[in-house]
Design a protein around this ligand. Structure first.
Ligand SMILES: [Zn+2]
Ligand SMILES: [Zn+2]
Length: 311
């Protein structure tokens, strides 16, 4: 009897031991397999951000500081690149939600305004020669907050890109604060694309631009060139610098290669002039810089900064 009892205890003990060993090893195995899959994930992220292109792809990356710069300054060059069979990518750096167009379209200052101390004061619209009223004019989004203005500007950007023939999957949007870009923010965005498209052509604004957001892009992109990370970039004199500024910069004028593209320029510009507030189109571009739109509409050309001559 005693030996049977002992045997029974021994069996129970061995089973418990085996079971606990099983769970210990199972736990370890899980940890190891999780570690492997984590490794795979980080590798996948790395790969995604690595080389996506080969020289044969002829990728061209345009960094647009604000929605409308791609039309007012880059559109001629974008359409020429597409004619040449290049794969154009558009990168929007800011949603421009701090634009003064918001106050003009709302018809009043509010507490989100840069001059919030003027909240409640009326703002006259020079485009429509009236004081706008979101309620009476039945705006789709009602009173436009900064967030809604940012979203509306992004909508305009995608639509204009579409008219030029740049598909949505080749448009990317960042939301840096306009008028407040830091060099570090700009550098990390550009680095992302340099790593992803090491063979691409890179194009942006001149570092001599009067607008600090524009100039920062030019300066940082030039750093990547000087560090031999990319081939020689193209820098543009913005529509303002080329046509309105008193500061004279030497530039090389570029026209459309194919006159059939003139219509695409007009369609793209028209997106920013569209006033259908009940459908969520607020003509944010035209409310910001009307004279630049008019000038580009009449005479579509762009100017490339001949940098060395501008020193
Ligand atoms: Zn701009
Ligand atoms: Zn208006």
């Amino acid at each position: 009897m005693i030996s049977r009892k002992r045997m029974f205890i021994a069996i129970i003990f061995s089973c418990t031991l085996l079971l606990s060993l099983f769970f210990i090893f199972k736990g370890k195995f899980q940890v190891v397999s999780e570690a492997i899959s984590n490794e795979n994930v980080s590798e996948a992220i790395l790969n995604e951000n690595k080389v996506e292109s080969s020289p044969k792809d002829h990728d061209v990356i345009y960094f647009s500081p604000h929605a409308d710069d791609e039309m007012l300054t880059y559109s001629v060059s974008i359409l020429n690149d597409i004619r040449d069979g290049k794969k154009v990518h558009l990168v929007l750096i800011s949603d421009g939600d701090r634009s003064f167009a918001r106050e003009m379209i709302n018809g009043k200052y509010d507490y989100e305004s840069l001059h919030f101390e003027r909240a409640g004061k009326k703002v006259f619209c020079k485009i429509h020669h009236t004081y706008h009223d979101p309620e009476k004019e039945k705006y789709k989004d009602g009173w436009l907050s900064r967030f809604e203005v940012g979203q509306a500007r992004i909508r305009e950007f995608y639509k204009a890109a579409e008219f030029m023939g740049v598909p949505q999957e080749r448009v990317e949007v960042f939301t840096l604060k306009n008028d407040k870009y830091t060099v570090n923010e700009v550098r990390s965005i550009i680095r992302l694309y340099v790593e992803r498209y090491p063979h691409a052509e890179f194009k942006t604004m001149s570092k001599f631009d009067k607008h600090p957001d524009h100039a920062k892009l030019g300066k940082v992109l030039e750093e990547f060139y000087l560090a031999k990370k990319i081939k020689k970039p193209t820098f543009f004199l913005s529509n303002y610098m080329a046509r309105f500024s008193k500061k004279h910069l030497v530039g090389h004028r570029v026209y459309l290669k194919d006159s059939a593209d003139r219509n695409k320029v007009k369609q793209g510009l028209n997106v920013y002039r569209t006033w259908k507030p009940q459908e969520g189109w607020y003509g944010l571009g035209i409310h910001s810089v009307p004279s630049q739109f008019e000038s580009m509409y009449k005479n579509p050309y762009t100017m490339i900064d001949i940098s060395d001559a501008n020193k």
